[in-house]
Design a protein around this ligand. Sequence first.
Ligand SMILES: NC(=O)c1ccc[n+]([C@@H]2O[C@H](COP(=O)([O-])OP(=O)(O)OC[C@H]3O[C@@H](n4cnc5c(N)ncnc54)[C@H](OP(=O)(O)O)[C@@H]3O)[C@@H](O)[C@H]2O)c1
Length: 288
Amino acid sequence: MSDERKPLMYLVIGATAHFGRQTVEELVATNAPVRALTRTPERAMLPDVVDVVHGDLTKPETLPAVLAGVEAAVLVLQYGMDVAPLLAAAKAAGVRRLVFLSSGAVVPQTERQPNVIAQYHRDVERAIESSGMEWTFLRLLFPAINSLTFGMQLEGGDVIRAPYTDAAFSAVHERDVAAVAARILTGGGHGGKGYDLTGPESLTQAQQVQILGRTLGRPLTIEDLDPAPVLEQMSQFMDREFLTALFGLMAKAVGKPAPVNDLVEQITGRPARTYAEWTEDHRADFAG
Ligand SMILES: NC(=O)c1ccc[n+]([C@@H]2O[C@H](COP(=O)([O-])OP(=O)(O)OC[C@H]3O[C@@H](n4cnc5c(N)ncnc54)[C@H](OP(=O)(O)O)[C@@H]3O)[C@@H](O)[C@H]2O)c1
């Protein structure tokens, strides 16, 4: 019998969106063999060294080929998607470790969650816990990438209008999330842990806009909107229950600083990036 060992393969699911793409890049930077799952490989625009494979989480028959030879996977799941077919296929393929990008809305140790966002993510977590794979959950609340929504308004002038402008977030940079995910994926050692990843500082939305303005060299201001009509308007094109949960989380973040921890530094050895660094990294996204 040959004792030749195949190189370990690391899989990123959700590889073409913000968190997954950065995770792929982190893994590539460490020369780890990376596979990316996408429904449209021809549009993935990932580095050449990445094994970009067609797969669709709603089509279980596509999954065995994607999962063959995979040691560990990072899962970025679009909200509301059923995780069961993936878990069954991953178990059958012998995947040992799964890192799931979850939500900071989750209240650990509680089965009945306070809102639909928390409930969806907790249900996925529970399914993963029951899968027999080693798991780690990275829970995020209002990550910095959400500020891209400011960009749409900046095309029309220097005023951003939003509800809950005094809500405070400790916004984590997606590159830090990716660095944590890649470190756990390749190094292991964090099985059975749920980590609330934060940035290094608590900032209100109004303070975030000030920082963004400094980076862009524009005199940005923020105007507070009554949440109720905004929710009503957004409900025309987004799920009302999801929005109600989101607005509830923002309301809870008003009037007190957001919790900050040093988990990013503990796991990656590098301090979490500031919000100002995030705005520098995304300057082009606000260029209009
Ligand atoms: N932003 C937040 O406030 C926040 C906070 C906490 C947690 N999160 C977590 O982050 C997730 C969002 O991450 P994101 O913005 O990077 O991604 P996203 O925009 O929600 O999802 C897009 C990704 O999902 C993939 N995808 C969609 N349908 C698929 C299918 N049927 N089969 C396979 N892949 C599919 C897409 O791949 P292709 O199009 O290439 O196939 C793409 O890579 C949330 O759902 C949540 O779980 C977000």
